[in-house]
Design a protein around this ligand. Structure first.
Ligand SMILES: Cc1cc2nc3c(=O)[nH]c(=O)nc-3n(C[C@H](O)[C@H](O)[C@H](O)COP(=O)(O)OP(=O)(O)OC[C@H]3O[C@@H](n4cnc5c(N)ncnc54)[C@H](O)[C@@H]3O)c2cc1C
Ligand code: FES
Length: 277
């Protein structure tokens, strides 16, 4: 956090858009070259503000190893995101954060790491993928699975070859329903988890998943069925938030505030609370 943000946790910095990338018909990536670099851990989130309208939480999709350049990848859904999608290079936003804990990357040395994304859920996971690719010498294996409703909605397609080119990385994508011209896998993302016990050493693995809650639920059940323990499963619980700093009580699961204790939660911590999924 910057000094100003430490003094006042709501204090944003002004950030000018340096580029906007059209990713899919509904998703764009917004790039900022920051005057005050923002140090963050993969999985921590920021509050991005549109002046005069409001702010919303997003987990950066860019590399934490480049804190001067921040990217957020945004699905168009309502007020703030609609307006953001109409903004372009040179337009001004506000940014505050980072908030939350981030992924427990320090646990991953020597492990097999499974990353499961659905739709725009691959955006927060891309920051993790950047970090994993920078430390493949200390990992055993990285298995990335990504699903989308249709091929046009597959996020970051321009990067799949680059990811899969790494020695220890495998990448598989799927779309929900058949399409003319699509020769790849068809089925919801859990269908590409079927062979996981042959792809990774399950007892030596961690899994990270981000996507719609219904997907998180079925991915969790699929992982448990494949032999993963709750302690080995991390879920990005990107629910509606307000303050982002553990003050308003909007985002709790049991005793945890997702904004402060998450948003990426170990399933073992939350599994017994009624409002997990
Ligand atoms: C920690 C965190 C990280 C996030 N990271 C990303 C990201 O990287 N990319 C991205 O596209 N989105 C992300 N989101 C979701 C994003 O914050 C919401 O889509 C955004 O707040 C919607 O704002 P809006 O004003 O456009 O929509 P609103 O007008 O507020 O709402 C429009 C519709 O979206 C629904 N909605 C709003 N917020 C959420 C939510 N959190 N989960 C599910 N449905 C919601 C509303 O119920 C409503 O139906 C993240 C959310 C959290 C909490
Ligand atoms: S968003 Fe306010 S406590 Fe979490």
């Amino acid at each position: 956090m910057t000094q100003a943000a430490e003094a006042n946790p709501y204090a944003p910095q002004v950030a000018r858009l340096s580029r906007v990338i059209d990713e899919t018909p509904t998703i764009k990536t917004f790039c900022f070259d920051l005057e005050q670099p923002m140090e963050f851990r993969a999985g921590q989130f920021v509050q991005l503000g549109v002046p005069g309208l409001g702010e919303a939480p997003f987990t950066p999709s860019s590399s934490p190893l480049e804190p001067g350049h921040l990217e957020v990848t945004v699905l168009r859904t309502g007020g703030v995101t609609e307006r953001l999608h109409r903004m372009g290079e040179g337009d001004v936003c506000t940014l505050r954060g980072p908030y939350g804990k981030g992924y427990p990357v320090e646990k991953l040395e020597g492990k097999d790491v499974v990353v499961v994304g659905g739709g725009v859920g691959l955006a927060p996971l891309r920051a993790l993928i950047h970090v994993l690719l920078s430390m493949t010498d200390r990992l055993n294996k990285v298995v990335i699975k990504n699903g989308a409703r249709e091929s046009a909605e597959l996020l970051f397609r321009r990067q799949y070859d680059e990811w899969a080119a790494h020695d220890k990385v495998s990448f598989e994508m799927t779309i929900d329903a058949p399409e003319p011209g699509w020769a790849g896998h068809v089925g919801v993302v859990t269908t590409v988890l079927e062979d996981l016990p042959n792809e990774v050493n399950v007892p030596n693995s961690y899994a990270f998943s981000c996507g719609p809650e219904i997907m998180l639920r079925f991915v969790t059940f699929a992982l448990l069925e494949k032999g993963f323990q709750p302690e080995q499963i991390y879920l990005s619980m990107n629910r509606r938030m307000s303050c982002g700093i553990g003050k308003c009580g909007r985002c709790n699961i049991g005793p945890y505030y997702l904004c402060k204790d998450g948003p990426d939660m170990c399933y073992a911590q939350i599994k017994d609370y009624p409002n997990v999924f």
